[in-house]
Design a protein around this ligand. Structure first.
Ligand SMILES: Nc1ncnc2c1ncn2[C@@H]1O[C@H](COP(=O)(O)OP(=O)(O)OP(=O)(O)O)[C@@H](O)[C@H]1O
Ligand SMILES: [Mg+2]
Length: 349
């Protein structure tokens, strides 16, 4: 944050979406501050997104989490105006989306921002290769060129040999790979995922998560990824925004959410995370005590607590926790054991 707007891949400022015929009236009055139930009772409107602001950095995987109905899908659909925002500003790659003409919006959705949904939306009467090439076909790419590109992407998502199959001949996981391939084929700058794997069974889901992580590493796209699933969020997300009733209640790294949840709602979300897998030494290191030996092992402050256990059991000296050349603090075996018994045991209860 704090960068100039154009250095962000996506910038959202003061975004509101109120559903209902009196949306504008609500927005212009104090009623917009009413909670969901009171607002609905008084005006019949739903404030699905309430004054949301954030930036997504180029190449970042930005995760949006929250309970059902908290406004995740509405927020993400507002980004390309698949849902028309009630107020606020959106820029993608510096371009003001609110000012884009209908033709320009179609262009943006076809070329620059692609979406992957829970229901893959494949065309049943078209072969896999033609499903993947669909976006290119709409763009007017010639058949040979779009098939060459589609074949390349099919290979990237592990579907070599399925070009001539029809969607219903594939498993759910494979169909979602086709959905991914279709989104990737147009070489978008941004990919938006709305719970793409929630209909898949857990093992296939894990495969697909690994696939997205690998793809992200290889193609480096900016991604916004909605999920209900905290372990998915932790695996994929560099930063996570937690939504409740239309607002972002906290936005931060997994470490920030787990280490310092903003309220009980966030604490509830992260309750089951083993803290030593997410928190780093920076979180638990302390000032050395007078006379404490300072010749123990050295570890960066960014080391996960669980990864420091080996070093601490290999030496009787406290670990020196450093940031570059600076000593940030120390952590000894007792500190680590105390942390582990306090944290991970209560968490599993
Ligand atoms: N077209 C619509 N008209 C009226 N209200 C809507 C519409 N779409 C969504 N809403 C309401 O807006 C709120 C947010 O819905 P949204 O679908 O964005 O939530 P979500 O976080 O994606 O939920 P889920 O996890 O179940 O997908 C809900 O109260 C929903 O009922
Ligand atoms: Mg949704």
């Amino acid at each position: 944050m704090g960068d100039s707007p154009d250095s962000a891949a996506i910038t959202v400022e003061g975004l509101w979406k109120i559903f209902g015929s009196r949306a504008q009236k609500v927005l212009d009055s104090e009623d917009r501050h009413l909670d969901q139930a009171a607002l609905r009772e008084k005006t019949g409107c739903t404030a699905a997104v309430r004054d949301v602001s954030f930036e997504v950095r180029p190449g970042e995987v930005f995760v949006v989490m929250g309970l059902s109905g908290s406004g995740k899908s509405t927020l993400v659909r507002c980004l390309t105006r698949l849902i028309e925002p009630s107020a606020g500003e959106i820029r993608i790659g510096g371009e003001d989306i609110g000012r884009a003409s209908p033709a320009r919006l179609r262009e943006i959705r076809r070329h620059r921002v692609s979406m992957v949904f829970q229901h893959f939306g494949l065309l049943p009467h078209r072969k896999v290769i033609d499903n993947v090439a669909y976006g290119l076909e709409i763009q007017g790419t010639a058949k040979a060129a779009r098939h060459a590109r589609a074949a390349e992407i099919l290979s990237l998502v592990g579907l070599d040999g399925y070009a001539d199959a029809y969607p219903d001949q594939l498993s759910g996981g494979m169909q979602q790979r086709v959905g991914l391939a279709r989104a990737l084929a147009v070489d978008p700058q941004v990919m938006l995922f709305d719970e793409p794997f929630s209909a898949l069974d857990p093992l296939i889901r894990r495969d697909m998560q690994a696939e997205v992580i690998r793809l992200h590493r290889e193609v480096g796209k900016t991604m916004v990824f909605i999920t209900h699933d905290l372990s998915e969020a932790l695996k994929l997300g560099e930063r996570i925004a937690i939504m409740r009733a239309g607002s972002i209640v906290q936005l931060g790294t997994a470490e920030e959410l787990v280490g310092a949840p903003a309220d009980d709602y966030v604490a509830d979300f992260v309750r089951d995370v083993p803290r030593s897998h997410v928190l780093t030494l920076r979180w638990i290191c302390r000032e050395p005590e007078p006379g404490e030996p300072l010749d123990g092992p050295v570890l960066p402050a960014t080391t996960l607590i669980m990864d420091a256990i080996g070093a601490s059991s290999a030496s009787s000296r406290p670990i020196r926790v450093v940031d570059g050349d600076d000593l940030v603090g120390v952590v000894d075996r007792v500190d680590l054991l105390t942390f582990l018994s306090d944290a991970d045991v209560t968490v599993q209860a």
